[in-house]
Write a protein that binds this ligand. Structure first.
Ligand code: ATP
Ligand code: MG
Length: 320
């Protein structure tokens, strides 16, 4: 079973949709699960009301993107189970193992004032994966080391206390566009960046999307060509258009004789690709009772799927 999540550290952006969410919606595994990892959005300073709103929004985006409602849940709805399992796994993990996570080193920058959860969040991530018995975890390169930790902890727990966890494996996500920031094509598009000028959000209105695409940074040439190394801005636009229309960036390049025409086509394609997602999300957000019903059902199903592993793990380690 495949298992993946998205952290509501900001509003969902085009890269999240083209690079992850749309693939999750297309993969039809009956037991696959996707979750909004809101507990992971608390490892640095956060605003509670903002987090709660973005969590609901992200859940609605996943469903509006076509992921079946019975395959989604919100992480904090399993906070009790995950908290308990995280503790067992922290008792299986060494300090050195956690401290050598590259992301921790990068984000902590040696500061002792950082939240302890910044250090331990890969262990919570291991709990996410192991509680539900996931065997395939599609992740980007930046999360690979964390899945390796989950593997190591699963194997160690199983051999020390008894077999309970499926040993998960990181799988490469389907090759999709690596969407770059429209205002700064040297960077990838991100939901939590400081500057949102070059970020297309899934819920942006069509006019705003068009303005952002028109302002996209390109280069001094005038005819589109696909050359990601030397012409990252225009190549990014070609990749976005190709991803939205199911073609290849090189084929797309041949169809447009000017940057102006290309930008209008990109704006049209992005607007049409995101339109049903935006409309579906807004409809769900306008019906909080329905969203809440979906959320509760998802939480109950996920909790039920993890229950026996948590009780076995507690029993095997000498508790409960
Ligand atoms: P953050 O700034 O909080 O890291 P993010 O936008 O980078 O946010 P993640 O939560 O890190 O998003 O990733 C969620 C999923 O979206 C992952 O599968 C990741 O590979 C994918 N993703 C994120 N940004 C892009 C992008 N620009 N292009 C393609 N896929 C992306
Ligand atoms: Mg990221």
């Amino acid at each position: 079973m495949r298992f993946s999540g998205i952290t509501p550290s900001g509003h969902a952006q085009l890269g999240n949709y083209l690079g992850a969410i749309s693939h999750w919606a297309a993969a039809g595994g009956a037991r696959d699960l996707y979750f909004v990892s809101d507990l992971h959005a608390m490892t640095t300073s956060h605003n509670p009301a903002g987090l709660r709103a973005r969590t609901s929004e992200m859940l609605a985006v996943l469903i509006a993107s076509g992921i079946a409602p019975e395959r989604v849940f919100v992480q904090s709805d399993l906070a009790r189970e995950l908290g308990a399992l995280t503790w067992l796994l922290e008792c299986t993990c060494s300090f050195g193992e956690a401290a050598r996570m590259i992301q921790f080193k990068e984000k902590a920058g040696g500061q002792s004032g950082v939240r302890l959860s910044l250090l331990t969040y890969p262990v919570l991530m291991a709990a996410d994966i192991l509680l539900l018995g996931a065997d395939e975890v599609p992740v980007g390169e930046d999360q690979r080391q964390h899945v390796e930790l989950a593997r190591a902890l699963a194997k160690r727990f199983n051999s020390t206390y008894g077999e309970v966890f499926t040993v998960p494996e990181a799988v490469l996500p389907p090759t999709g566009a690596r969407v770059r920031d429209l205002a700064d094509p040297a960077r990838k598009m991100s939901k939590s960046g400081r500057d949102a000028a070059g970020v297309v959000f899934v819920l942006d209105e069509p006019d705003l999307i068009r303005r952002k695409v028109r302002r996209a940074v390109t280069d001094a040439e005038s005819v589109p060509a696909y050359d990601p190394e030397r012409r990252p801005g225009v190549s990014n636009l070609l990749e976005i258009l190709a991803a939205c229309t199911g073609t290849s960036p090189r084929d797309v390049a041949e169809a447009y004789g000017s940057y102006g025409a290309l930008k209008e086509a990109v704006a049209d394609a992005v607007i049409e690709t995101l339109r049903p997602v935006r409309e579906g999300t807004l409809a769900l957000l306008a019906d909080p009772a329905e969203l809440d019903r979906i959320r509760k059902a998802g939480a109950a199903r996920a909790a039920e799927r993890g229950e026996h592993r948590l009780s076995s793990a507690l029993r095997l380690i000498g508790a409960g």
